[in-house]
Design a protein around this ligand. Structure first.
Ligand SMILES: Nc1ncnc2c1ncn2[C@@H]1O[C@H](COP(=O)(O)OP(=O)(O)OP(=O)(O)O)[C@@H](O)[C@H]1O
Ligand SMILES: [Mg+2]
Length: 146
């Protein structure tokens, strides 16, 4: 059965690393209405941070663009957070989500574990992407709370 949407918020910001902490804090603030534990808040912040960093460093790489973050709360304390960019897209999503897969140049020293981290901290991670059009990552977590 489809869950009822109780609350929704849209945040749009330029793909700059200085906005990473804003996105983390905004997600944590939105999650507050579910009365999360410290661990749940930390999990949401970490997953959002990985997805936003990916949009900045991979999606837009050296170009300018905006990131949209859609924060949604559904009945049953289900939190859904979508991070969307209109960057280069991911040609092979399955491969990109494998642990230790990274297209970053070696000098950036990325471990290729961002998606693995998102999946370990959230209940569900859904990725939609088309080459040249961009990527949307949806993170889902039911907040059990205190
Ligand atoms: N928003 C995005 N746009 C384009 N490509 C992406 C995007 N997000 C992820 N990718 C691709 O998926 C790969 C894996 O992402 P993941 O976050 O797991 O690892 P990473 O970013 O390379 O390394 P780490 O997150 O450990 O620093 C990236 O190297 C990149 O090729
Ligand atoms: Mg990453």
């Amino acid at each position: 059965m489809k869950k009822i949407l109780l609350n929704e918020c849209l945040l749009r910001f330029p793909a700059l690393s200085r906005n990473e902490s804003l996105s983390r804090s905004a997600a944590a603030s939105f999650a507050m209405q579910c009365d999360p534990t410290v661990e749940e808040t930390a999990a949401v912040k970490t997953a959002v941070s990985e997805a936003v960093t990916n949009a900045i460093v991979h999606g837009y790489r050296n170009s300018k663009g905006n990131i949209e973050m859609i924060l949604q709360l559904y009945e049953g304390n289900l939190l859904k957070i979508t991070i969307r960019d209109r960057g280069c897209g991911i040609p092979d999503i399955k491969a990109a989500m494998e642990p230790e897969f990274s297209t970053a140049p070696p000098e950036e020293e990325r471990s290729g574990l961002g998606f693995t981290v998102m999946e370990s901290f959230m209940d569900k991670v859904r990725v939609r992407s088309s080459k040249g059009k961009g990527t949307a990552v949806t993170l889902e977590k039911t907040i059990i709370g205190k």
